[in-house]
Design a protein around this ligand. Structure first.
Ligand code: GLA
Length: 727
């Protein structure tokens, strides 16, 4: 009986336009809708998620089309599930009020939408607890053209005593489908971005990290949820998401008793219960996602466009090619050697020389990774005339100069550690445990923030011509304890906030200097950090065969312009193969130019010129993943410029078994079907001939329906084609 009354009431409320609180809040982008609905109990729910409907009435009708199990608390689809009232599932928020009470029931108060630009709108929903003066603001930022959403929240109260936040997610989404598939990533040093794809089963799957600093070492905050069946490049519905937080994140994917998927994402609450004072605002990280009902390709291009427009520094700008000395010299260099490398930089034809680790510290010289970190004065033995001399030398060689730093870290064998043990994150009573022989500085402390800012500021003030900084971060946080904080459970959150404060200061003073985000490989890339950086280092593993897979996976989330790809000695492939792979992003070199045989040097110089002619297509064009290395002997990736007049197609043999190669043509994408194109092979190694006849023309229609065979096979295992519209 009760059940029937309840059902009747639900239907009545659902279809009654007159009720004050039965209102929908559609959050729309070009193709998608996330619809919030305030129910009769003034709770804010997600009533629709997916492709946009042509009539808004559909959003009110859609919930009635489901006949699922009972929602006992009428709260399963909450947009921000609180713990402690009628909720039985993974909450977005859990608190202990000032008086010790642990309940929370959030009621809708109001909402408003502000237009930020033609493209961007921000909807703010205010929720309040029924009993306590406790408030949550939910933010929904829509990027219309890019089909991207950013969701976060802000928590505050005016209770008499502080409130303990035990969980404080950015947001929750609620998706309905008979099946969900998750693609997530795991890894380790040199093994970043290893994908796994599995069907989501009932219960909770948590993606998270507890590493603190280089938080993504084992798991990045990047994932995809396919709705119905695993999405392919061009088919299927898929949400591609990420948490914009340069530290401990947590994503919970919970399939509940109704078989719906609750996705709750944000900062990890692990060891991080946050004591919130009255009137203080706790702003969460942003949860970023795009949704595509036309496969992963569209989703990734949405994110690329969004990133270039909003998500990174100088997304529409240029980048410098470079020569790095890390693998060429490691710590073993001096002024004379570097002067030679500056000449090599010019000889190679790249824009910049990047001096890596090992240039600093005197009392405990940085001659290996056991000492010196933290002492950022030039090592007098190696560099008697200092960095400024090298910057001048670079200018004299007509190249720019960049430098490596790792300012958040310290070796115990350093003057910094001796002078300021209280700046180091460690448990004084416990044995120190090191990651790469180093410890992390306590960025919650404003004096440490000043110090870290000072490392960059000093270099740039003394050397105004310095043109590039590689910002590294090799250690995780062990023995998490701050001598500065009184409340230790604020450490992980306040560390990241401290880092952002420093980066904000750097960007305010130096808005344009290129900064590379590195973390002992790819241990740190996320959109929280990229708002301060121009590029990231995907992995120390630069074996091109490995990079084909890694760059493929990273490319679902980040645009090619952000991917620093260096040509090194890793791997067994030819120099050509290595250079071709490095071109699919922001190219650099880390090899000994002086040791290259004449033909290889000539080839490298020519490749730099080829790259200069096509780099804008790669950086600013649309990317299409044509042939998947995980399931084909040939991997193919294409970039097309916005006028559809130039395209670059990279093809690699990834299977060395007998007779493997491009048996079938590779179907191109994104071209103008009505235009004619010519294809020419570039990056030909001196002395080799191409079977590609560049005098022939093919229609875009042909190239997209039949395709083109790049003739990839053993002995021709890397083929780069430039496709140009015939004028
Ligand atoms: C990390 C980086 C490398 C290099 C070294 C220097 O491992 O990923 O590229 O800069 O540090 O110590």
């Amino acid at each position: 009986m009760m059940k029937t009354v309840k059902k009747f009431l639900t239907l009545f409320l659902l279809f009654s336009p007159l009720l004050p609180f039965a209102q929908t809040i559609p959050l729309l982008t070009r193709s998608n809708a996330l619809v919030l609905r305030v129910d009769a109990k003034k709770r804010i729910n997600i009533s629709y998620f997916g492709e946009k409907l042509s009539k808004e009435a559909g959003y009110t009708q859609a919930p009635g089309m489901y006949r699922q199990n009972e929602d006992y608390g009428d709260i399963l689809n909450s947009a921000y599930l609180p713990a402690g009232s009628v909720n039985m599932f993974e909450p977005a928020i859990a608190v202990v009020h000032g008086d010790g009470n642990t309940s929370l029931d959030l009621e809708y108060v109001s909402h408003s939408t502000s237009t930020i630009s033609n493209d961007v709108s921000l909807t703010t929903v205010i929720l309040k607890d029924k009993l306590y003066p406790f408030q949550v603001k939910l933010f929904y930022k829509t990027y219309f053209a890019e089909d991207v959403m950013e969701l976060w929240s802000s928590i505050s109260h005016t209770e008499k005593k502080p409130v303990l936040l035990n969980k404080f997610a950015s947001a929750s989404l609620y998706l309905k489908s008979p099946e969900f598939w998750l693609r997530n990533y795991h890894g380790d040093w040199a093994k970043e971005m290893q994908p796994e794809e599995t069907r989501i089963t009932h219960g909770i799957k948590t993606l998270d990290t507890k590493l603190g600093t280089r938080a993504n070492l084992f798991q990045p905050p990047l994932f995809m949820v396919s709705v119905g069946k695993p999405a392919t490049e061009d088919e299927g519905s898929v949400l591609v998401g990420s948490v914009s937080w340069t530290g401990n994140f947590r994503v919970d994917l919970e399939l509940d008793n109704q078989d719906n998927l609750r996705l709750t994402a944000g900062i990890n609450n692990y060891q991080s219960a946050y004591t919130l004072k009255p009137k203080e605002e706790f702003e969460t990280a942003k949860f970023l996602y795009t949704f595509s009902s036309r496969g992963k390709g569209v989703a990734s291009r949405n994110l690329h466009t969004w990133a270039r427009n909003y998500g990174m520094v100088d997304g529409h700008g240029s980048r410098m090619t470079l020569l790095n000395n890390w693998e060429a010299t490691y710590f073993d260099f001096n002024e004379t050697k570097l002067a030679e490398l500056l000449k090599d930089t010019k000889k190679l034809g790249v824009d910049l020389f990047l001096l890596d680790d090992g240039w600093f510290a005197n009392k405990y010289p940085r001659n290996d990774d056991h000492a010196g970190l933290g002492d950022w004065e030039e090592n007098k033995k190696k560099l008697p005339n200092g960095i400024s001399y090298l910057v001048k030398e670079a200018t004299a060689n007509d190249v720019k100069f960049g430098i490596w730093i790792e300012p958040e870290m310290v070796n115990p064998k350093s003057e910094l550690y001796e002078k300021h043990p209280e700046w180091v994150i460690r448990q004084p009573g416990r044995e120190e445990h090191y990651f790469r022989n180093q410890l992390v500085l306590d960025l919650t402390n404003p004096r440490v923030q000043d110090f870290v800012f000072g490392v960059v500021d000093d270099l740039l003030t003394k050397n105004p011509d310095m043109a590039y900084i590689k910002w590294d971060c090799n250690a995780v946080i062990y023995n998490a304890q701050s001598a500065f904080l009184t409340n230790q459970s604020h450490l992980y959150v306040d560390y990241v906030r401290g880092l952002y404060k420093v980066l904000e200061r750097i960007r305010t003073k130096y808005p344009t200097i290129p900064l590379m985000l590195c973390s002992g490989g790819g241990g740190r890339v996320d959109y929280g950090a990229l708002q301060y950086f121009t590029e990231y280092w995907p992995s120390d593993n630069t074996d091109p065969l490995e990079r084909i897979y890694m760059q493929w996976e990273y490319s679902y989330f980040f645009p090619a312009i952000a991917s620093s790809n260096h040509v090194t000695e890793w791997g067994k492939q030819s120099l050509k193969y290595r250079i071709d792979v490095a071109m699919m992003g922001k190219m650099g070199f880390d090899i000994v130019i002086g040791k290259l045989p004449a033909k290889e040097l000539m080839f490298s110089q020519q490749a730099v010129r080829v790259y200069d002619s096509v780099k804008n297509v790669i950086w600013h064009g649309e990317q299409y993943r044509l042939s998947d290395p995980w399931s084909n002997p040939v991997a193919s990736v294409q970039y097309v410029d916005s006028t559809l007049s130039t395209s670059v197609v990279f093809n690699y043999l990834v299977n060395n078994r007998y007779g493997q190669g491009s048996a079938y043509p590779v179907r191109l994408k994104g071209l103008d079907a009505n235009a004619d194109y010519r294809l020419r092979e570039v990056n030909l190694f001196p002395g080799t001939k191409s079977p590609v006849d560049s005098s022939l023309t093919y229609s875009g229609d042909f190239l997209m329906k039949v395709g083109f065979n790049p003739v990839v096979r053993s002995g021709r295992n890397s083929v780069v084609l430039v496709v140009e519209k015939v004028k």
